[in-house]
Design a protein around this ligand. Structure first.
Ligand SMILES: Cc1cc2nc3c(=O)[nH]c(=O)nc-3n(C[C@H](O)[C@H](O)[C@H](O)COP(=O)(O)OP(=O)(O)OC[C@H]3O[C@@H](n4cnc5c(N)ncnc54)[C@H](O)[C@@H]3O)c2cc1C
Length: 533
């Protein structure tokens, strides 16, 4: 890969300015990697010119939206291609409940535009205020409502892409198989046997979906910028249900909580969220009004066509779980539900209050297991954290068997990196044993790339390599993401600790502030400018 100083500058929108490169050295997640250059293409033609230049010079490109992705897919040593400012357009087709948007448009932008027409984007990622359509599609993102509506995959009708040779084209659902990668019947059997049977999966290339649908779109969704750059997305929208009600249910044991989940799912909820004891301990002292002895809380939401139906189903849920809950609170309208669910929002202030030495590091933040293994998984993560001496806070999407883990090591204690590595290894082991996936919605990025053989086996990973070669024979698109680079070292290049790459102090402080406040919508060029003469 060319060193920054060797990069030619004639490509529009490409800079090797040191401060700009520093501003793009971090995203959410654990890494700091200073790129060789940064490009901000203003539209498809500039992007095509950049990609053609990268193909000729074999320069790796790191596609990037808001940089809020957790496993390091948006940082790297090549040229970071920031697609968040240059593709900002919306072309509604409300009568067909659909909208074409440029890759820069966020989930919140879409919902804001669609709301007056009674429509919304069904997946509601918590990062919707900043996550771009390109990033959401590239990670096959999801959110609390995914228990009913699935991941982003189900709501993307078409994409426009720029390929690794600079060709621009549109890929539409239903257009059929991609002639450059055909799955044989034997390969399909292999894929069926080896893919995890979880309700969500954002790990690897979605060969299971591709084999089933025969739609090229299914290969591109969740490809994390390794197969093509997404410049536009056609989203399918859903009508906003008229009424909503819900409940907060506390359980005295993990088994009781896990047994309640299938019961609740049978009632067709729109969300079944988990706040584990470890999470409640973190936010205790923030006016949390809960009895003691709660091992976990389920927050349940039901959307219905009428008020009576919404209230009725909450009553059914509460009655059905009467003997297993130790705490129940209900809400009969949207305002009440927001108050009930506000406990989820206590995490950010609690994390912000932690001393500077305690960092929230996402290394096992996205594991997802078959529903019947949920209690085993939560108990196993807690035990591994205890053994390794790394405090954790667990929360997530119980209805999908999907658990987020905030690892909170004290980075002034000698050996914290080994302890974190121990947690990474132990939770990976546990996920393999429980037949889960290392990523329910965030993707593999650089962090998990080297784990895929353990989850899928060497033969499926060989198929992943074939997919990559078919799209990107020169391996210029996000190398090291999904498929590991030969020097894969998941816990190196950390943004924390003495070995972190040096960047200007003011930029480091601004990046830390963005992380603390989830200010990922901040244009990163602003960081580079702030103390320039
Ligand atoms: C506070 C917080 C809450 C979050 N909540 C959720 C949640 O509820 N659900 C969820 O799924 N995730 C969540 N995330 C993770 C993150 O927001 C999602 O992964 C999101 O989809 C990333 O979008 P982005 O625009 O920031 O993409 P980036 O982080 O910039 O990129 C993510 C990946 O997509 C690739 N990529 C980005 N844009 C393009 C493009 N145009 N073409 C090709 N490849 C591209 C990148 O190369 C990278 O591999 C959360 C993150 C944070 C910080």
């Amino acid at each position: 890969m060319p060193h920054a100083a060797l990069l030619p500058a004639p490509v529009p929108g490409l800079t090797t300015d040191e401060r700009v490169r520093a501003a793009y050295s971090e995203g959410a997640g654990i890494y700091r990697i200073v790129p060789a250059g940064v490009a901000l293409p203003r539209g498809v033609e500039e992007l095509q010119a950049l990609v053609r230049w990268a193909a000729e010079t074999r320069t790796p490109l790191v596609p990037r939206g808001a940089g809020s992705g957790m496993p390091g897919g948006g940082v790297g040593r090549g040229v970071v291609v920031d697609l968040s400012p240059g593709f900002h357009w919306i072309a509604p087709d409300w009568s067909h409940r659909a909208v074409w948007v440029g890759a820069s448009v966020t989930a919140a932008d879409i919902s804001d535009a669609a709301r007056p027409f009674g429509l919304r984007l069904a997946p509601d990622p918590s990062s919707g205020a900043f996550a771009t359509s390109g990033g959401l599609t590239a990670t096959n993102a999801a959110g609390p409502r995914s228990v009913r509506c699935g991941s982003v995959r189900a709501w993307v009708d078409a994409v426009e892409i720029v390929e690794a040779d600079g060709t621009a084209r549109r890929v539409t659902r239903g257009a059929g198989r991609w002639e450059r990668f055909v799955v044989s019947p034997d390969q399909r059997r292999l894929v069926d046997a080896r893919f995890p049977k979880t309700r969500k999966n954002s790990s690897g290339y979605a060969l299971d979906r591709y084999a089933e649908s025969g739609d090229e779109l299914d290969l591109l969704i969740g490809a994390e910028g390794t197969l093509a750059l997404v410049t536009a997305v056609r989203w399918r929208l859903e009508p906003i249900p008229p009424d909503v009600a819900g409940a907060s249910l506390g359980f005295g044991s993990l088994d009781a909580l896990a047994q309640a989940v299938p019961f609740l799912i049978a009632l067709n909820p729109s969300a079944v969220e988990l706040l584990d004891r470890t999470f409640l301990e973190l936010v205790r002292g923030d006016g949390l009004d809960l009895p003691g002895g709660i091992e976990g809380l389920l927050l349940v939401e039901f959307e219905r066509d009428t008020r009576a139906a919404a209230r009725g189903v909450v009553g059914d849920a509460v009655r059905g779980l009467k003997t297993s809950t130790v705490h129940v609170a209900t809400a009969v309208d949207r305002g009440g539900l927001e108050r009930l669910w506000s406990v989820r929002k206590l995490a950010s202030p609690a994390l912000a209050r932690l001393p500077p030495s305690r960092r929230s590091l996402q290394v096992v933040e996205d594991g997802c297991v078959p529903l019947e293994r949920l209690a085993e998984y939560i108990a196993g993560v807690r035990a591994a954290a205890e053994r390794c001496g790394v405090p954790v806070a667990l929360f997530g999407h119980a209805g999908d068997g999907h658990v987020h883990v905030n690892a909170l090591p004290d980075t002034t204690v000698p050996g914290w990196q080994e302890a974190l590595a121990g947690l990474f290894a132990a939770v990976t082991e546990l996920l393999v044993k429980l037949e889960g996936t290392p990523s329910g919605e965030h993707g593999d990025g650089r962090l998990r790339a080297g784990l895929l053989e353990r989850f899928y086996g060497a033969d499926v990973v060989a198929l992943f390599r074939d997919v990559k070669r078919a799209y990107d024979p020169r391996a210029i698109l996000n190398p090291g993401v999904i498929l590991p680079s030969p020097e894969w070292a998941p816990l190196s290049d950390l943004k924390v600790g003495a070995a972190a790459a040096p960047i200007p102090d003011d930029i480091g402080a601004r990046l830390r502030e963005i992380e603390r406040t989830a200010g990922w919508a901040t244009p990163k060029l602003e960081l580079a400018r702030s103390s320039s003469p």
